[in-house]
Ligand binder design. Sequence first.
Ligand SMILES: [Mg+2]
Length: 183
Amino acid sequence: MHDPAANPADPLASYERLLWDLDGTLCRLGVDWPGLKVELRQRLGAPPAARSLAEVLEVARERGRWDEALAWIAVQEVKALDEDPQLLPGSVALLKRHRARSAIVTNNTEPAVQRFFASSGVEPVPFVSRDRAGVSKPDRRYLDLLREHWSGHRTLLIGDTETDAALAAAGGVDFLHVNELRG
Ligand SMILES: [Mg+2]
């Protein structure tokens, strides 16, 4: 099955399973993430020491407000997608082409993923979102939730951040930066 020479221009050709990040890889969510983080921190009364969104969400978890925080983030993400989904056409075309062996692993929420499917015309594929996972990437549990789709297969994770690379490393799968993709 592994035959790179069959399509040397396609870096995905030799992989049996593809795991895609969402924001920055398949689309660009027009969310003001720094502003969102500040507002969420204020809503929760979280200390400034909570620097990353993942850290702010851990404060939400400690205070029993995880679901509430994720629901609020979902509203912001869906609003941004409704205003302008900013689809990345090269990546979306590859996801459509390789749909049968693809899944999405994203720190965005389930409503955002569903809205991405609707906006892009991509038939839904298996996915894990932060609200489904109950943790944030690069926690390896993300991949455990998709184990049936990648375990034992030659797998590539495609993303745009160090978090994606860290998740790939944690799960023992290969990583490709989205900028290296060729449609
Ligand atoms: Mg991303």
